[in-house]
Ligand binder design. Structure first.
Ligand code: S3P
Length: 174
């Protein structure tokens, strides 16, 4: 059993939740998706939280819930929302207390996954999806890069799981 939680970081559409569930099964760990926990607490979908209360309100809820999860859980794989790691307080806690993995996906993969999705408030306007995604990548990739492990997300979940297990073992044996 790992002493630390594993936290999955990455831009919308990078596959954090899909990979997280598979990885959790594989490593016999629990799986948590913080966006789902926020939705449960607010009794609203993320898109509706943004629409009704605005992004600032969402970010406050996100900070509170992720903080709580990081403090009380162990042996868990935690998939974060794409903006969570940008919060400096959470970033410090994540880097100090967890094994963080950045699922680095190419523009093409993300674009194809996001172009048909309708539940992401930051990417609602499909007319400028190209520009919005490029801006998010430019702004965020230098920050995501601080994660302990970087995994290029262009392989099957099975291969990604094997790569992650090898990298975690390396860190754990240090
Ligand atoms: C966000 C990503 C979303 C969700 C919210 C904000 C972001 O999560 O938390 O819409 O700022 O990138 P996913 O990355 O799971 O889509």
């Amino acid at each position: 059993m790992l002493k630390k939680n594993i936290v999955l970081i990455g831009i919308m559409g990078s596959g954090k939740s899909t990979l997280g569930k598979i990885l959790a099964k594989n490593l016999r760990m629990n799986f948590l998706d913080t966006d789902l926990l926020i939705e449960k607490e607010c009794k609203l979908k993320i898109k509706d939280i943004f629409q009704k209360y605005g992004e600032k309100y969402f970010r406050k809820k996100e900070e509170k819930i992720v903080n709580k999860i990081l403090s009380k859980e162990n042996n868990s794989i935690i998939a974060l929302g794409g903006g969570t790691f940008l919060n400096k307080n959470l970033q410090k806690k994540i880097l100090r207390e967890t094994i963080s993995i950045w699922l680095k996906a190419s523009f093409k993969i993300i674009y194809n996954r996001c172009k048909n999705s309708n539940h992401r408030p930051l990417l609602q306007n499909k007319n400028n999806l190209n520009t919005s995604l490029k801006k998010l990548i430019n702004d965020r990739y230098p920050i995501y890069r601080k994660a302990n492990i970087i995994i290029i997300a262009n392989k099957t979940p099975k291969i990604l799981c094997d790569n992650i297990k090898k990298k975690i073992n390396k860190i754990n044996n240090l």
